[in-house]
Ligand binder design. Structure first.
Ligand code: HEC
Ligand code: HEC
Ligand code: HEC
Ligand code: HEC
Length: 458
């Protein structure tokens, strides 16, 4: 069986490619008690007109060839996006052979004209919301993330509007990890309007895996987090971004599990919500193991569980009062998933509440050096203890550790030599999770032990 792997993207070069965007030494914590992620409309849900990438791309706007020295933003954002960002090619991949094959297998006449593909591979707002310069072929353009520019374009060009005023006029708050997670996961997991299904996977679509801090880092940065940035916007460090990303991922995943229109496909459960490896492993692997956040026996498909596994680790370190509820509700969901659909939907709604509470609690916390160190140790300990038979948990652990070691460096707790040593040791973890088809828990455990040996004794 050939589940399409993440290939190069999941290889060690993600580490190398983790950009130097988050260079700020001193981190400013975001204010607590912020609005729920879902309270701010996503760019494709808001009513504003999307003016098109061309309206941002002027050479005196965001289309400079090189960064400007005397501006607080780089001004060459368009050039970076166009030349390096995969989002600029999201539409054109729908024209390639890979997409043609997916479309043919699904019986879709043309991927680049199919709503199901365009909803994630372009800024597919309703025709009435497309301005004169809007082009679908721009793919995932500026306004797919920053919100339709109808109301904020004018005031932000004037240079006098504050960030809060721009946001009030429809600019999406991409700097806030909760809102950013909600935005990215809308396409990198799917949501109520954008559906990835097991049929689309079966037709050849790559598996979707997402971790907010890692993906933020590997998206070629068209912005610089420096002192000036911190004056204008709240800054969350990478570990905080990771933690909030996990909570929002679980919350949004529970929306899918709780939705009767999304959790089934005819008489079958919708397989895309389940751990791919619970079906797609060679028969002779013999790797099944119990997992604390699941509590179900062998020989049954299990709902995707990697975000809950990560949250168990995070809660133990920074929200111990909530860990028991998380584990209990997660186990209740898995048990219900084997028994009764209505009970599963109720359990998913309950677990979503826990995930939202965790997101709030993380948003109100700075994630200082002590937290970062505790989380590194907890990630390694949990990985060694659980032995992650579940590939996705091993993959998430690896991405989490890369967020952690970068945060250790950024907060000045390890010197560059030690950081390099840990980064090299982490390469072994990346190698162990490089291919889902050949993943084994034993190889991952060995890689984690190697990483553990490279960890400083704080
Ligand atoms: C829920 C959102 C979503 C939907 C629906 C969706 N895609 Fe994707 N697609 C993605 C994301 C996100 C990626 C990038 C995955 C990654 O690398 O992590 C991707 C990657 C791909 C790739 C690989 C791109 C590359 O650079 O190798 C192809 C091809 C593709 N999609 C085609 C399609 C086609 C054809 C359809 C419609 C049948 C479709 N997609 C529907 C979100 C989606
Ligand atoms: C996939 C999502 C995405 C796309 C597409 C995207 N951006 Fe961004 N952009 C971000 C994120 C995330 C940040 C960093 C957080 C922040 O400052 O809001 C950011 C930051 C920025 C900043 C703020 C820099 C600062 O110092 O405050 C500007 C300006 C910007 N983007 C312009 C653009 C332009 C122009 C385009 C299109 C050519 C574009 N972006 C496309 C996600 C995106
Ligand atoms: C409108 C849908 C959409 C949104 C919103 C979106 N993405 Fe994507 N993203 C895609 C698609 C589609 C691809 C695949 C493009 C391709 O391969 O050509 C992709 C690819 C990527 C990749 C490359 C993945 C790889 O395997 O190399 C990264 C990194 C990424 N996105 C990060 C982000 C981040 C961070 C955000 C939020 C700030 C975000 N994306 C928001 C649709 C989206
Ligand atoms: C409940 C079991 C189950 C789960 C869970 C599951 N699949 Fe499948 N998958 C199947 C079955 C059954 C087929 C059809 C096999 C066939 O046609 O021979 C299949 C086929 C596929 C294929 C096509 C393989 C081929 O040979 O062309 C891909 C790719 C795939 N699945 C990916 C995934 C991904 C990615 C996930 C996780 C998001 C996943 N599957 C989860 C049961 C499952």
């Amino acid at each position: 069986m050939s589940v399409v792997g993440k290939g190069e993207a999941m290889s060690g070069n993600r580490l190398v490619a983790r950009a130097a965007a988050w260079v700020l030494g001193a981190f400013v914590a975001l204010a607590g008690g912020a609005a729920q992620a879902a309270d701010v409309a996503l760019p494709h849900q808001a009513k504003d007109v999307h003016l098109g990438v061309a309206s941002c791309a002027g050479s005196t706007c965001h289309g400079a060839v090189a960064p400007w020295r005397d501006s607080n933003v780089l001004q060459n954002e368009y050039t970076t996006w166009m030349a390096k960002d995969p989002h600029a090619k999201a539409y054109s991949v729908l024209l390639n052979d890979h997409s043609k094959r997916i479309a043919k297998n699904l019986g879709i006449p043309a991927a680049h004209e199919a709503k199901v593909c365009l909803d994630c591979h372009a800024d597919n707002v309703a025709p009435a919301q497309r301005g004169a310069q809007f082009q679908l072929s721009d793919g995932v353009g500026c306004e797919a993330c920053h919100g339709g520019g109808e109301r904020w374009l004018g005031i932000h060009v004037s240079g006098k509007a504050t960030h809060a005023q721009n946001v009030a006029a429809g600019l999406f708050p991409t700097e806030d990890p909760k809102h950013r997670a909600n935005l990215c996961l809308g396409c990198h997991l799917g949501d109520e309007t954008r559906a990835i299904t097991h049929k689309i996977m079966g037709a050849g679509h790559p598996r979707l895996a997402f971790e907010l801090d890692t993906f933020t880092s590997i998206q070629p940065a068209h912005y610089r987090v420096d002192d000036d940035y911190a004056k204008r916007k709240a800054v969350a460090n990478g570990v905080k971004t990771w933690a909030i990303g996990q909570a929002i991922a679980l919350s949004k995943f529970m929306d899918l599990v709780a939705d009767p229109a999304r959790n089934r496909d005819g008489i079958m459960p919708e397989f895309v919500l389940y751990d791919c490896q619970s079906c797609h492993t060679p028969l002779n692997n013999m790797t099944w193991q119990a997992q604390a956040t699941q509590g179900i026996g062998p020989g049954v498909p299990r709902l995707h569980g990697a975000n809950a596994a990560m949250l168990k680790v995070i809660a133990a370190a920074v929200a111990p009062g909530m860990q028991a509820e998380l584990v209990e509700r997660s186990r209740a969901l898995h048990a219900a998933s084997q028994r009764d659909k209505a009970e599963m939907e109720r359990a998913a709604k309950a677990l979503k509440q826990t995930a939202d509470k965790l997101a709030d609690s993380f948003a109100g916390r700075a994630f200082d050096g002590n937290d970062i160190r505790a989380l590194m140790q907890a990630l390694v300990a949990a990985g060694l203890q659980e032995g992650y038979a579940d590939y996705a948990s091993a993959e998430q652990t690896t991405m989490a550790l890369s967020a952690v070691i970068d945060a250790l460096k950024a907060t000045g707790q390890v010197d560059p030599t030690r950081h390099r040593g840990m980064q090299q040791a982490l390469e072994a973890c990346y190698a162990a999770v490089k291919q889902d088809a050949t993943y084994t828990p034993a190889a991952f455990t060995a890689a984690l032990q190697q990483f553990q040996a490279a960890m400083p004794a704080f």
